[in-house]
Design a protein around this ligand. Structure first.
Ligand SMILES: [Fe+2]
Ligand SMILES: [Fe+2]
Length: 176
């Protein structure tokens, strides 16, 4: 089940559920409870190496999924109207995607020296908060801006239909 609040966009919500699932997997490799003060020091070097490989595979999967998800949202942003509010939204939203991707990459790089449990715990702690806040903030705003622009287009179409109807009525009146 997704931890992220709904944005009102079915496909984005489905992708968030998958992202939450990946984040929840971050500590499944270790028998210690999430957010405990566990350390890898008590485990054998072989066990630590095995855990390191698992966390590395997970962070790679996460980065790949995040890249695809962000690409999907950024494609949706292209259909937003070209105005100051939307341009500012796109700028902030893309920056947030780039920042969190860079943070996960930097954390992954620390895996060569840090304990795998510490890296996985930090990954889960930060990403669990980030995904929820990002979904209820920028993602929901984007969906609202998108829906408003669709409604505006439909309203404009309705106005056009009304104008055409009046125009045609005028024509038929003139021809009588
Ligand atoms: Fe986003
Ligand atoms: Fe998102």
């Amino acid at each position: 089940m997704s931890n992220s609040p709904s944005t009102g966009h079915h496909e984005i919500d489905n992708q968030h559920a998958e992202l939450d699932h990946l984040v929840d997997k971050a500590l499944v490799f270790c028998g210690e409870p999430i957010n405990s003060a566990a350390s890898c020091a008590a485990c054998s070097p072989e066990q630590q190496a095995s855990c390191r490989r698992e966390v590395m595979a997970l962070t790679r999967e996460l980065l790949k999924f995040m890249a695809g998800h962000f690409r999907y949202e950024e494609q949706l942003m292209r259909s937003l109207p070209d105005n100051d509010i939307c341009r500012e939204h796109v700028r902030r939203h893309k920056r947030a995607h780039a920042d969190i991707s860079a943070w996960v990459s930097a954390l992954t790089a620390r895996l060569s020296t840090a304990e795998p449990y510490a890296v996985a715990a930090e990954l889960r702690r930060i990403l669990a908060d980030w995904t929820g806040a990002h979904a209820s903030g920028l993602d929901s705003s984007m969906v609202q801006l998108h829906q408003q622009s669709v409604h505006r287009e439909l309203d404009e179409d309705a106005e056009l239909a009304e104008l055409l109807a009046q125009h045609r009525a005028g024509f038929s009146g003139e021809s009588k």
